[in-house]
Design a protein around this ligand. Structure first.
Ligand code: SF4
Ligand code: SF4
Length: 192
């Protein structure tokens, strides 16, 4: 019985994650390939500037989409890893991009599909999308030059993240990052 319930939950979760991915595939930050502005630095920075592999964390349930795809390797890290909420008890899934900047575009993780917008919860508890250059070690021209992003990209990204933070562990993760931004007095810009 329990196994059956878990299977149904996993199927539902996979369907929801697939729908989110498909919604995000229909929008793009700008109406041209922004990788031409920077040499796709957000994909290749780690490979070119450090010994670290490019790893992206996944939303709970998103890991169900990553079965046997040559462009991604799925890993788990302990739920007590630094920077993750205490109540995130299940394993945390991350994917390694095996040959960046090439990948299966349809399967880019949500945090990649919604970049360079970053979810933020204000001290008053309001949800926003922000530009925050302190989040990564390279320069993203879209953020650095404060470029106007496509409205449908902003709106779809907002709607998806608003839905994702209904999950308490995602909410806590976004909140932890947001408070860190406030404590370090990071300059960020609210986009929506
Ligand atoms: S999102 Fe920013 S860093 Fe990434 S490819 Fe586009 S312009 Fe470059
Ligand atoms: S998933 Fe694709 S687009 Fe995203 S960082 Fe990896 S290689 Fe780049």
């Amino acid at each position: 019985m329990c196994v059956n319930i878990m299977l149904i939950c996993a199927e539902e979760m996979k369907k929801t994650m697939k729908e989110i991915h498909e919604r995000l595939d229909k929008v793009s930050p700008v109406d041209f390939d922004c990788g031409t502005l920077c040499g796709e630095v957000c994909c290749v920075y780690d490979k070119e500037h450090s010994d670290e592999e490019l790893m992206l964390y996944l939303m709970p349930g998103e890991e169900l989409l990553y079965e046997d795809n040559a462009y991604f390797e799925l890993y788990t890290i302990a739920s007590n890893a630094p920077d993750y909420p205490d109540d995130w008890e299940d394993n945390i899934f991350v994917v390694k991009c095996t040959s960046p900047p090439e990948c299966d575009r349809r399967l880019r993780p949500i945090q990649c599909k919604t970049f360079p917008l970053i979810p933020h919860i204000s001290i008053e508890g309001e949800f926003h999308l922000v530009f925050d250059e302190s989040e990564y070690p390279y320069v993203c021209p879209l953020v650095n030059e404060n470029r106007k992003l496509e409205d449908d990209f902003i709106n779809e990204t907002y709607s998806v993240w608003k839905m994702l933070i209904n999950n308490p562990v995602v909410y806590d993760l976004v909140k932890i990052d947001s408070r860190r931004r406030n404590e370090k007095k990071v300059e960020y810009r609210i986009v929506k």
